[in-house]
Design a protein. Structure first.
Length: 337
């Protein structure tokens, strides 16, 4: 059974809180529902969009098309040994619900990804990541409905071609796949990753390494830096952290010796938040929208703002960073026109 609505309000379904609507909105609760959309004219004609928790979307206007929200809700143990557990998780499960229940059951691998908004189905699309861990580290495979053929298909982690905030679902399969289920492989043996920033220090202060302490430290860090979507609209990091050539980073370090850098593969990652702050834009406000005062990588809607206003601010930031550092910022958020 699907549920279908027309002129559907999206304000509570996008974490920026923009007051927009969708011409048609479909809620699907099972893979079979999605397969049946093959014969649905609202879905097959014109623009369409698949949305999870709406925490990475920027609507610039009402959506003149059909939005599909997969709401498949299940966390099933597929098989387990004394070392590992394999889970099949429905796309509609709230990401943090999966992390919380895994931590409670003593399964290692997702704890660093605590408190990230959004759904399980969205997690492979942009390969969500935080505190030294990415979703790809725990994802074994992804099941989806191919919208060209309306058949169920599955990709291994390798076939998903995961990269920094990227996957095949943001590239070749963009707009062509509805993720229905993600299979995770978690460890039952302690396996911590607390090397990011001051994480290990925070965990020590909470009494030492345990799944609960890692989760608690991360929830505390995220809550102190990132706006609570219930209070202020945002979509988390608005830009990706840019990669530059090693030589370009060395050149920049001559002028800005305090610039933080992270070597990654053949390039160097520079925190976009630092670049934006150096341009004097941290906390900048333009009408109802602005740059978050505690984390310059996050753009916020103070209430009543629009997607176009946020986009104008984003362009202003890109220009300022380009002019000062010669570095191009790329948006992490998906702009929906
Ligand atoms: N920084 C500044 N000024 C700022 C913000 C950051 O100078 O206003 C500097 C910090 O001092 C630090 C560095 O930038 O040296 C990194 O900052 P932080 O640890 O806050 O992480 P980030 O690189 O800004 C990334 C992710 C976040 C994730 C954190 C923690 C991206 C685009 N963002 O941010 O992910 O939570 O690391 O791992 O990679 C998200 O994707 O929505 C998100 C919140």
């Amino acid at each position: 059974m699907i549920e279908k609505f027309y002129t559907y309000p999206l304000q509570s379904l996008n974490t920026f809180g923009f007051d927009v609507s969708a011409r048609c909105f479909i809620k699907a609760y099972a893979t079979q529902d999605i397969l049946q959309l093959r014969d649905d004219r609202d879905f097959t004609r014109g623009k369409r969009l698949v949305m999870g928790g709406g925490s990475n979307l920027l609507f610039t206007a009402n959506f003149d098309g059909c939005i599909l929200q997969p709401l498949l809700q299940s966390i099933d143990v597929a098989d387990e040994t004394s070392e590992k557990v394999r889970l099949h998780v429905g796309a509609g499960v709230a990401w943090d619900e999966l992390v919380r229940s895994s931590v409670e059951r003593g399964w290692y691998g997702l704890e660093n990804l605590s408190f990230i908004p959004g759904t399980v189905g969205a997690s492979p699309v942009q390969n969500i990541g935080a505190y030294g861990v990415e979703a790809k580290d725990a994802i074994e495979s992804v099941e989806y409905v191919n919208l060209d053929t309306f058949t169920v298909e599955r990709l291994s982690s390798e076939q998903c071609r995961f990269g920094y905030r990227s996957s095949i679902f943001k590239q070749e399969l963009k707009g062509k796949a509805v993720i229905t289920q993600v299979t995770f492989c978690l460890s039952k043996r302690p396996r911590y990753n607390t090397s990011y920033g001051s994480l290990s220090e925070m965990v020590k202060q909470l009494g030492g390494e345990s799944l609960r302490n890692v989760r608690q430290a991360i929830v505390a860090t995220r809550s102190s830096k990132l706006p609570d979507p219930a209070e202020m609209g945002s979509a988390g990091s608005f830009f990706k952290n840019p990669f530059v050539e090693k030589s370009a980073a060395e050149e920049l370090l001559k002028t800005y010796p305090a610039m933080p850098t992270f070597t990654s593969g053949s390039g160097v990652k520079i925190p976009a938040g630092w670049l934006i702050e150096q341009c004097g834009l941290k906390g900048a406000r333009r009408g109802s929208v602005g740059v978050h005062p505690k984390q310059a990588l996050v753009l916020v809607n103070y209430g009543g703002g629009t997607g176009c206003e946020v986009l104008a601010l984003a362009y202003e930031i890109c220009r300022a960073v380009r002019d000062k550092f010669g570095v191009e910022l790329e948006m992490e958020v998906n702009v929906v026109a």
